[in-house]
Design a protein around this ligand. Structure first.
Ligand code: GDP
Ligand code: MG
Length: 178
């Protein structure tokens, strides 16, 4: 069996309004758990996950906010050297959807992205397990078409719907550009 020694680390930044479910998505993806507790991330700046892609194994460095997103005070280190960006909104929270444009803008500026069209972005509509959704998939797809044509996935961190697929897809996009 041949094995490649080359190892790639990909920095993935996760952004979106407080409460959208960023920490829950990461906990579901990395630790396969959903606690339902509203906890601010403390301690490490990022979570690490190894993923086996078609051609090689990569290490994802998944950067979560520690509650600073409320005050829009994420430091430069958060954005520096990002290889991919996940934008998250809550399908039951119109505000979190309306805020996407400014999160995208902040990321593009702070991470100093030159060719945004080529950069691996993804939009996640989270909490699809809830019945009272207020943002329809069509609106999200329209937003994506007018914002770099980024891919869109609907997820539930609670029921582990599409979570691994979303990060896997993004990892492939990021690796292709590395
Ligand atoms: P963050 O501020 O973006 O990191 O959001 P959190 O991950 O802390 O989640 C905010 C709240 O939404 C918490 O009470 C979570 O339990 C809840 N939550 C997160 N993801 C889901 C989901 O997929 N479905 C449901 N029903 N609740 C969720
Ligand atoms: Mg959080």
């Amino acid at each position: 069996m041949s094995q490649t020694l080359q190892h790639t680390v990909l920095k993935v930044v996760v952004l979106g309004n407080a409460g959208a479910g960023k920490t829950s998505l990461l906990q579901q993806y990395v630790n396969r758990r959903f606690t339902g507790q509203y906890t601010a991330t403390i301690g490490a700046d990022f979570l690490v996950k190894m993923v086996q892609l078609e051609k090689q194994t990569v290490t994802l460095q998944l950067w979560d906010t520690a509650g600073q997103e409320r005050f829009r005070s994420l430091g430069r280190a958060f954005f520096r050297g990002a290889d991919a960006c996940v934008l998250v909104y809550d399908v039951t929270d119109q505000c979190s959807f309306s805020a996407l444009t400014s999160w995208l803008q902040e990321f593009t500026i702070e991470a100093q992205i030159r060719e945004a069209e080529q950069f691996p972005f993804m939009l996640i509509g989270n909490k699809v397990d809830l019945e009272h959704r207020c943002v329809q998939p069509d609106s999200a797809r329209r937003w994506c078409s007018s914002n770099l044509g980024m891919p869109y996935l609907e997820c539930s961190a609670k029921q582990a719907i599409n979570v691994a697929d979303a990060f896997h897809h993004l990892a492939n996009l990021a690796l292709a550009r590395k």
